[in-house]
Design a binder for this molecule. Structure first.
Ligand SMILES: *[C@@H]1O[C@H](CO)[C@@H](O)[C@H](O)[C@H]1NC(C)=O
Length: 276
């Protein structure tokens, strides 16, 4: 009887120990969940509906890029600014058909992409894995193929991007520090890098805003400051040149006029001129 009790308490002890060590929870309070957009609602459900798969912010913009993988279509999404306002969802690229076609937004087709990245200039890079390529959508929706376009097969070849090949399981990350697109090539167990155009890695809207406008403001301020300085300093400069009213003690020795009415400095300057 005693040994049974001992065994029971031992088992209970072990159970409680394993429970406490394997499921420690720290429930942090203070967060709230709300629904921002309901794509089950009718006005989003026209044309077969939109099925959000992945979402990323568009750089230097209030908008986001939304991927519907099932219809292989990218959307630009503007979230409502207030409760009553409607979100705006606009096709960025993709005609809803599976395929491999570049060009204008409405002619573009992808093959069920599941990963994309966005650079500083707002270009979207698409891991179009089932086409074995990487695509690029510019801000207007115009789409090109930037890697794998000539290889068009599974592989792990580096080099000129159109001849490069990837596994059928990879994901893209924009890395501004290296101005690159990083390829998490899961199928090949590699992380790979594709250099981007440097203009696509800088915050253009910010730079042009700072450029011409601020340079002209700065130059106007310089001119104004220069004139004000000149105006304020004029009486002082005149006083230095013709300082008859001042007691000699406060005068600079060089500016004491000689009999001809010139200061010593003027005579010196004239001598130097003659010597030239
Ligand atoms: C790239 O691929 C094309 C077409 O397959 C081939 O003609 C070309 O020689 C390749 N270039 C390089 C640098 O491998």
């Amino acid at each position: 009887m005693a040994s049974l009790l001992l065994l029971t308490s031992l088992i209970l002890h072990l159970l409680s120990f394993s429970e406490s060590s394997s499921s420690k929870l720290v429930l942090e309070e203070g967060y709230t969940v709300s629904t921002l957009l309901d794509f089950n609602k009718l006005h989003y459900a026209s044309d077969g509906g939109i099925h959000p798969f992945s979402l990323l912010p568009l750089s230097n913009s209030d908008d986001l890029v939304l991927l519907d993988s099932s219809s292989s279509t990218f959307y630009t999404l503007s979230l409502p600014s207030s409760e009553d306002a409607e979100a705006r969802v606009k096709v960025l690229a993709g005609n809803g058909k599976l395929g491999f076609s570049d060009g204008e937004s409405k002619d573009v087709s992808f093959n069920k992409p599941k990963s994309f990245a966005v650079d500083e200039a707002g270009n979207v890079y698409v891991a179009d894995r089932l086409n074995y390529v990487i695509r690029k959508i510019d801000k207007s929706g115009f789409t090109t193929t930037i890697a794998g376009g000539k290889a068009r097969k599974i592989g792990n070849t580096d080099g000129p991007a159109q001849n490069a090949s990837f596994s059928n399981e990879f994901e893209l990350v924009y890395f501004s520090k290296m101005c690159s697109l990083l390829v998490v090539d899961r199928g090949n167990n590699l992380i790979r890098q594709i250099n981007l155009n440097s203009k696509d890695c800088t915050n253009k809207s910010h730079k042009s805003g700072l450029g011409i406008a601020s340079i002209s403001v700065i130059s106007i301020l310089c001119v104004l400051f220069g004139s004000v300085l000149g105006f304020v300093a004029r009486p002082f400069l005149n006083f230095r040149a013709g300082s008859f009213n001042q007691p000699p003690a406060q005068q600079d020795m060089e500016s004491i006029p000689d009999q001809s009415g010139e200061s010593n400095t003027d005579t010196l300057l004239r001598r130097q001129k003659r010597n030239c």
